[in-house]
Design a protein around this ligand. Structure first.
Ligand SMILES: Nc1ncnc2c1ncn2[C@@H]1O[C@H](COP(=O)(O)OP(=O)(O)O)[C@@H](O)[C@H]1O
Ligand SMILES: O=c1ccn([C@@H]2O[C@H](COP(=O)(O)OP(=O)(O)O)[C@@H](O)[C@H]2O)c(=O)[nH]1
Length: 231
């Protein structure tokens, strides 16, 4: 089964952290290796919250701040390729925004052959455009690698009726549709990503990536996190 895993930048630094934490990095390798060894074909879109988020660069105009954020996702992608390869996994980076020796242009034939050889596909540079997020990029890239499932690997263990980091009384919603999520104005993913999932028939699972083994459980269909389905 093909699946696109959206890793938040904080997966590389630890929650609220900056840069790269060697312990977190080892943890990512262990979690991803466990799903590759089970035969899942993995694409990854990584964020840049551990380096730069456009909204945090308050003195810059949005388009410029976002371009810096986009470059952060490229840095994280190169870092991931290196740690995967050092642990014996194959990985290839695809992006439309940079021309670097380790980065290939997005090409559907190349994606197919990389998946056949069990390489992890790392999609760098978000959607290639300012004003978007890596959540939206995750859905776009899922469609390009023909995956019908996006796992949002994050720091909350599902979708709640309000932000659980701000409201301790927030209630978890294990199953819902994109229309319900949009109607309720839930902020766990941006509305563009939800709308695209609905249009393309892609399911999203929101899981707590920091809980060991949860990614594999989610891919095996166990009832972890929350599942958002097209309606
Ligand atoms: N209704 C909601 N259910 C779950 N998480 C929510 C909700 N509303 C907002 N959030 C927040 O969405 C974020 C999703 O994680 P992520 O996209 O990785 O974080 P970030 O926005 O820091 O990049 C979490 O920090 C969580 O607190
Ligand atoms: O298509 C995209 C994807 C990302 N970004 C920028 O890159 C940053 C990092 O991405 P994101 O915030 O999604 O990272 P995460 O929070 O998941 O670590 C964003 O804040 C934006 O500034 C962008 O401009 N266009």
């Amino acid at each position: 089964m093909r699946v696109l895993v959206k890793l938040s930048g904080e997966a590389l630094s630890g929650e609220g952290g900056r840069g790269f934490d060697p312990e977190r990095v080892d943890y990512i390798v262990t979690e991803i290796k466990s799903v590759v060894e089970e035969g899942f074909k993995i694409g990854i879109v990584v964020g840049a919250g551990n380096l730069f988020r456009g909204v945090e660069l308050k003195n810059l105009t949005m388009a410029r701040a976002d371009q810096i954020g986009l470059l952060g996702t490229v840095m994280n992608s190169i870092y991931l390729k290196d740690i995967f390869e050092r642990s014996g996994l194959k990985a290839r980076i695809y992006s439309q925004i940079v021309n670097l020796p380790d980065v290939e242009r997005v090409n559907y034939d190349s994606i197919e052959s990389a998946l056949r050889e069990n390489s992890i596909l790392i999609f760098a540079g978000g959607t290639s455009n300012p004003f978007f997020t890596t959540d939206t990029a995750a859905v776009l890239r899922a469609q390009e690698m023909k995956a019908k499932l996006v796992v949002k690997a994050t720091k909350v263990d599902g979708v709640y009726d309000k932000d659980p980091k701000k409201f301790p009384d927030a209630k978890k919603i294990p199953h819902l549709t994109f229309s319900e999520a949009m109607k309720m104005g839930l902020k766990v993913m941006d509305a563009e990503a939800f709308a695209l999932c609905k249009k393309l028939g892609i399911t999203v699972k929101v899981i707590n990536f920091f809980e060991p083994g949860t990614l594999l459980k989610a891919l095996k269909g166990e009832d972890v996190g929350s599942t958002v389905v097209p309606d």
